[in-house]
Design a protein around this ligand. Structure first.
Ligand code: AMP
Ligand code: GLY
Length: 445
């Protein structure tokens, strides 16, 4: 390779010149864009469709993340060298395969799994079957359809309360019900199978309830090797003290104190390696992120807490990415090139020793109905924290609210308390009508 200064010696072999295209428009994508834009290997970054924040680190393109044909035209016209996929939707719809099977696109790497791999997130029944087949610890389960409703009710009777019912397909985070009594579980099972979530709940997974604290673990894999990224914990409920409705996530912290070296070794040996090997053994093409939604389960057969899998996602978490990217010291484009070229084993992953936290500012009313279009002020007053936009838009050159989750205020600290103090202080400076945020992020750890 000619030394043009673009491939410093601490980085691996590159793919060649050309801009990078990132798909998506949330806080996760702003955090990914922020990190990609810092790379010595990124000459230009486009984000489709992006938000007001991504426009500050790259160039937004008005194309929907799942409009494959428009993406193709853009990629060819702009000599894109790599496509990074933020959300699950394009993956579940098969963007990886679309590129692979197109004679003009086939050599342009897509960071994200094939459609067959994305089923790990797209079907809970598939994910459970995969874990069972590869001996990966997860809650015992059975899957039922409208025809097997009676068997489903009989299976519920064999379990202890509370009862966990999961729609098989994607439901934008709403497809899991946890019910305190058998009567409610039977009634909800009937409603789910009757079409409560449309086709997504034509099959329902019923599984054992696991108690414990949750932790999100992320890896990048090239299908053979993997690199573990910093772990994080997210806060899903709208209310302080983990009360009220589920949201997309109200904040996150990294590192997670119980994810010690010893605990992470168990996670790697029992969960991560068997997953990556299982995908290869099943002939599934997987080059991208795997998000392990884990729980440090306390109601185990031995009574000792052990890591179990709650679910897989085939993308990064949001708002976990808004802390994980702060703690990833390595060049992320170098890692993506390792994924694309099957040379991940040769790349280095280094973590920042500091703590990182993120506090999400949301629209009043979220996750129920809320207003959009309110002007946001004070972002330029923030000092020492990183402001990631989630649901924002530019209207007449002004930043306005454009979603439930509006802005993530991410901060480093010598420790968690320090980082939280910083985010809470800076969060006060950003103003929009009916702003709300949880003041207890990280307080349970
Ligand atoms: P999922 O969409 O599978 O991540 O489920 C959403 C949330 O429901 C998880 O983050 C957990 O808080 C909870 N959950 C899912 N499955 C279980 C389970 N088997 N036991 C306890 N809680 C669960
Ligand atoms: N924060 C959880 C998720 O991204 O699914």
């Amino acid at each position: 390779m000619i030394d043009n200064g673009k491939n410093p010696s601490h980085l691996g072999e590159g793919l060649g010149e050309g801009p990078i295209l990132l798909l998506g428009s949330g806080g996760r994508e702003h955090a990914l864009a922020w990190k990609i834009a810092q790379s010595e290997k990124c000459e230009k970054l486009y984000i489709a469709p992006g938000n007001a924040g991504t426009a500050t680190v790259g160039e937004n393109v008005n194309i929907k993340a799942d409009d494959f044909e428009a993406i193709k035209v853009f990629v060819l016209r702009n000599r894109i060298q790599m496509v990074v996929v933020g959300p699950e939707d394009p993956l579940v719809k098969g963007i990886y395969d679309y590129f692979k099977n197109d004679s003009e696109l086939k050599d342009i790497p897509v960071i994200g799994p094939s459609k067959a791999g994305a089923v790990l997130e797209g079907s809970k029944d598939f994910a459970k079957g995969f874990m069972q087949r590869h001996n990966i610890p997860t809650a015992a389960y059975q899957t039922f359809t409208g025809e097997s409703l009676a068997e489903g009710k009989a299976f519920l009777k064999t379990l202890q309360p509370p009862y966990v019912l999961k729609a098989d397909g994607l439901c934008a985070g709403k497809g899991v019900l946890i019910l305190p009594t058998l009567e409610e579980a039977e009634k909800e099972l009937e409603e789910m199978l009757g079409g409560m979530f449309g086709n997504a709940s034509s099959r329902v997974v019923i599984e054992e309830f696991m108690s414990g604290i949750e932790c999100s673990v992320f890896v990048l894999t090239d299908g053979k090797d993997y690199k573990i990224l910093p772990e994080a914990k997210d806060y899903k409920r709208i209310g302080e003290g983990d009360t009220g409705l589920n949201t997309g996530g109200m904040g996150s912290v990294s590192p997670v104190p119980f994810a010690t070296t010893e605990w992470m070794k168990k996670v790697e040996d029992r969960i991560i390696r068997p997953t990556v090997e299982g995908l290869a053994a099943d002939g599934i093409d997987y080059k991208g992120f795997i998000f392990f939604g884990l729980i440090n389960r306390t109601n185990t057969p031995t009574g000792e807490p052990e890591p179990y899998v709650i679910e897989y996602n085939v993308r990064m978490g949001d708002p976990e990415t808004e802390t994980v990217m702060l703690r990833l010291k390595s060049d992320i484009v170098d890692l993506f090139e390792g994924v694309a070229t099957g040379t991940l084993a040769q790349r280095k992953v280094e973590f920042d020793d500091r703590s990182a936290v993120c506090v999400m500012l949301v629209s009043g009313g979220y996750p129920g109905s809320y207003q959009k279009g309110y002007p946001i002020t004070g972002i330029d007053q923030v000092e020492g924290s990183v402001v990631f936009h989630a649901g924002t838009a530019l209207k007449d050159k002004e930043v306005v609210t454009n979603g439930g989750r509006v802005i993530a205020v991410s901060s480093y600290g010598a420790n968690k308390a320090d980082a939280l103090q910083k985010s809470f202080t800076e969060a006060q400076k950003i103003q929009f009508k009916d702003k709300y945020f949880r003041r207890d992020i990280g307080a349970d750890l």
